[in-house]
Design a protein around this ligand. Structure first.
Ligand SMILES: Nc1ncnc2c1ncn2[C@@H]1O[C@H](COP(=O)(O)OP(=O)(O)OP(=O)(O)O)[C@@H](O)[C@H]1O
Ligand SMILES: [Mg+2]
Length: 117
């Protein structure tokens, strides 16, 4: 993974910036698309929140994967996924994004179980 930011000025955490409402929806979609992609490759981040997302030049980069788990073997994976999705929805909810984290996580998990991702 490459460094994100300027040489002496690393990209800020999403937690420390305030996206405009029209931008927030697009960023939310990108983060959730990442969650879906990881799951398709048997990864649940496990510590996803605005503290582990960098914001740079209008894009997001997710960091801090040491807590990641394999949903095929980790019995807590479904709960971790739900918490990740909830954290993301909670953050973006403050910037006008309306999403139902319980429904989103349940749908992702169902598609994972049925190998539909
Ligand atoms: N600007 C950046 N560009 C690229 N990677 C980064 C950047 N900032 C942090 N990272 C990567 O993300 C990892 C975790 O950084 P982070 O700041 O989230 O650590 P942390 O919060 O201390 O860890 P934890 O959340 O587990 O306590 C770093 O080890 C680094 O590899
Ligand atoms: Mg961190």
């Amino acid at each position: 993974m490459e460094y994100v930011g300027l040489p002496h000025d690393p990209a800020p955490l999403l937690h420390d910036v305030a996206p405009a409402p029209d931008e927030a929806h697009d960023l939310f979609t990108r983060v959730m698309r990442n969650v879906e992609l990881w799951l398709a490759y048997n990864v649940v981040h496990g510590d996803l929140s605005a503290f582990n997302i960098l914001w740079w030049e209008g894009n997001v980069t997710i960091i801090d994967f040491p807590h990641a788990v394999d949903p095929h073997v980790n019995p807590n994976a479904r709960d971790l996924l739900a918490r990740d999705v909830d954290n993301v929805c909670r953050y973006f909810g403050r910037y006008g994004v309306r999403a139902d984290p319980v429904r989103l996580a349940a749908r992702l998990w169902r598609r994972f179980l049925h190998a539909e991702l």
